[in-house]
Design a protein around this ligand. Sequence first.
Ligand code: SF4
Length: 242
Amino acid sequence: MLSPVAAILPDASMVDFPGRLAAVFFVQGCNFCCGYCHNPDLRRSPAADLAGCLPWSGIDAACRRFRDNWTDAAVITGGEPTGSPLLVPLVERLRAHGFAVKLDTNGSRPDVLESLLPLLDYVAMDIKFPPADYPRRTGFADTAALGHSIALLKARGPAAEFRTTIVAAWHDEAAISSMGEWVHAAGDGTPAAQWYLQAFRPHGDLPDPACRNFPETPPPLLRSLAALLRPHALRTAIRGEF
Ligand code: SF4
């Protein structure tokens, strides 16, 4: 029997689950088409193609290996994991092995997210663009669904984070302010608990050829845009900067 996992990071990660050493599982399939996607091979529909995925026995073997090496947490990422009908069995499997579980999501399926929250220890949701830019930059237009996910995660406080990859050509001050106001207004209208910014890094295999030549985001730009988010999040930080 095949799992929804297309790949597993060979070594445990110290950066993907705050404060924990984590095994990272990549789930097949995504409903977005971001031009700057670093995992475009995972974007095929999970229903159409589980063929390249690992058997459940491989998941169990990997879990035992990680547990034997002091890893006590797991990150489910993608792709977009919430599109998989096998996500709940995967979360339950990882929990049965004793892992704390973090989910990475684009926030497009709040119904799936809400039903999973009792099983999750931490959630990271991408806030990619201002609502008006989502359709042309991601191919996804249901920003009301994204707003619902934002509200669900704001209610989780520090057990959830928002995060944004900053592309200098797309994220100017007006865009960041709009994103901050959108997140702030969602749900109960209070600031988010935490919001991380991270640098875009160009790569020759990115789906949008224009993105391949964009420059890496300079740290001063990350810092100045993070300052604009301070009214909208109790904690803002640059991921990868210490
Ligand atoms: S949501 Fe993530 S996995 Fe999906 S296309 Fe965008 S960057 Fe890639």
